[in-house]
Design a protein around this ligand. Structure first.
Ligand code: BG6
Length: 491
């Protein structure tokens, strides 16, 4: 980013939760780190009535809570003078013309503009249209970019339609589709682990890897997002985006560079080699479930069949991964908040050492802890001292907090906002990537919804999901690696 060029950041949905919790605290942190342009303006746009001062006061609460701001710090004083608010409707041409006038007055000269859609997906086509009609997408020597929040559509046709609507007004390289998982340091570290080291990549294939497990578990329920979540469910909310992004980073071929298109070409390539799960295959390769008590949550329909947990068994049909299952699971109200990727290696070909009767052979395992206690662990066998040849699994551990300090990991939005300001789209999803992901998820949801196959299971809150999820991997002679199992194995 050329810091000398003035930048305006226009946030649609500025009175909402995302702006207060994530966007402004992240922009404030970028400012504190000296990463913002010398001249910048942040203009909130929304239906709620606010004066500029009222808007600043409203945002200060978020900055206190999420950016660790204390009233002794002086930075807020200079940051807040760049914050403004413009009230308006999302489908009113006159209001958009007023926005153009306000921007002109605030910018007082040429400026680059970043538009952020922090609004429900139903509203964004009309905003895009109005941006086009009021000439706000044209790059006349200054760039115009738009960040789109998820969910990007609810199925393949709706995502295709959104892409068409977007492309009428913006070119693809002006569009930044957010998947906040890609902004997480630990997710970016997947590529570093694989491609900045030589010791893992030679083993990263079907010859040495038995299977891959990806877990994104949450302890929270639907909380205040019930109205949005019911009818959407875990597959659209977590699998179509976050989990498939994790699969693509684990399974992709090395890109020639980190340039946005080189990276995204490889991701699309690997996503399109995933064997489609459709028709009868859905029952055999997926589990869906709802936590007990979900139907009694406020704003949830009493006969809701929305799944809050799902597990999938996928195969990546290419030379590298042929026959290696990828087990994915994600759910709300589970036993622990934990996102991790486990690469389980094959067992040694010969049991030279006595095998423990309780656990059998314990294969090597590389665990990427995405959150919490971010880090990487490598499990291998070591000889128990003072025995003839007894072995035990031990862990070699890297913890971000120990290596880089307890506050080293920034909020994912900080990195993503900075990248969009700098014009680097490598951590954003491209149109064809989103559509390929939907084409994998759609047939699963269709089979669930149209044929109730498999049937919706129920699981206890604070458990690891329904028994069917355990059976899905047990049928292949494998287990999910829960923390308790892991600790047991280490004894
Ligand atoms: C969001 C989903 O994209 O990711 C939420 O809509 C979910 O339902 C959240 O809770 C999880 O994100 P994180 O960063 O807490 O793992």
């Amino acid at each position: 980013m050329n810091k000398k060029q003035p930048i305006s950041i226009i946030i649609f949905g500025a009175s909402g939760d995302l702006t207060q919790r994530k966007l402004i605290p992240s922009l404030f942190n970028l400012f504190r780190k000296g990463r913002m342009a010398g001249v910048f303006k942040i203009i909130g746009y929304g239906g709620t009535e606010f004066t500029d001062q009222g808007f600043r006061d409203h945002l200060l609460k978020g900055v206190r809570q999420y950016a660790g701001y204390s009233s002794k710090d002086e930075e807020w004083g200079s940051f807040k003078s760049n914050l403004f608010y413009q009230q308006g409707h999302y489908s009113n041409l006159e209001d958009f013309k007023k926005l153009v006038t306000r921007l002109g007055a605030l910018e007082s000269g040429p400026a680059n503009r970043l538009y952020y859609m922090a609004i429900p997906p139903s509203v964004f086509p009309s905003i895009i249209d109005l941006l086009g009609l009021t000439g706000q997408s044209k790059e006349d020597g200054n760039w115009r970019r738009v960040i789109i929040e998820k969910p990007f559509g609810t199925d393949l046709p709706s995502a295709q339609l959104l892409n068409q609507q977007l492309h009428k007004v913006f070119t693809e390289n002006q569009v930044y589709r957010i998947d906040h998982y890609l902004g997480k340091e630990t997710v970016q570290n997947i590529l570093v682990t694989r491609f900045a080291n030589t010791i893992f990549e030679p083993l990263w294939n079907r010859n040495y890897i038995d299977h891959v497990q990806i877990t994104v578990a949450e302890t929270v329920g639907v909380e205040h997002r019930a109205g949005f979540y019911d009818g959407v469910g875990v597959m659209r909310d977590m699998f179509q985006n976050h989990l498939l992004q994790l699969v693509s980073l684990v399974a992709m071929e090395p890109p020639a560079s980190l340039h946005a298109d080189a990276l995204r070409n490889e991701k699309v390539k690997v996503l399109s080699t995933i064997m489609p799960i459709q028709g009868k295959l859905v029952a055999a390769n997926s589990v869906l479930a709802q936590y007990k008590g979900y139907k009694n949550e406020p704003e949830i329909k009493s006969n809701s069949t929305t799944p809050t947990f799902a597990a999938l068994r996928l195969f990546v049909n290419n030379w590298r991964w042929q026959g290696v299952p990828f087990y994915l699971r994600s759910g709300k109200k589970l036993a622990e908040k934990q996102s991790q990727i486990i690469i389980q290696f094959k067992e040694p070909p010969l049991a030279m050492f006595p095998v423990r009767s309780t656990t059998g052979m314990t294969p090597n395992m590389l665990v990427l802890y995405l959150q919490p206690d971010e880090g990487v662990h490598l499990r291998f066998e070591a000889k128990v001292p003072d025995t003839i040849a007894e072995t035990r699994s031990v862990d070699m551990e890297f913890h971000y907090a120990e290596a880089f300090g307890p506050t080293a990991i920034p909020e994912a939005y900080e990195r993503l906002l900075l990248d969009a300001l700098q014009g680097d789209a490598s951590l954003f999803t491209r149109a064809d990537e989103v559509e390929t992901a939907w084409s994998l998820i759609d047939p699963v949801i269709r089979e669930w919804e149209e044929n109730q196959s498999p049937a919706l299971s129920v699981y206890q809150p604070a458990s690891w999901g329904p028994i069917e999820a355990d059976q899905l991997v047990a049928r292949d002679g494998r287990n999910w690696m829960h923390e308790e199992t892991r600790k047991l194995l280490e004894k």
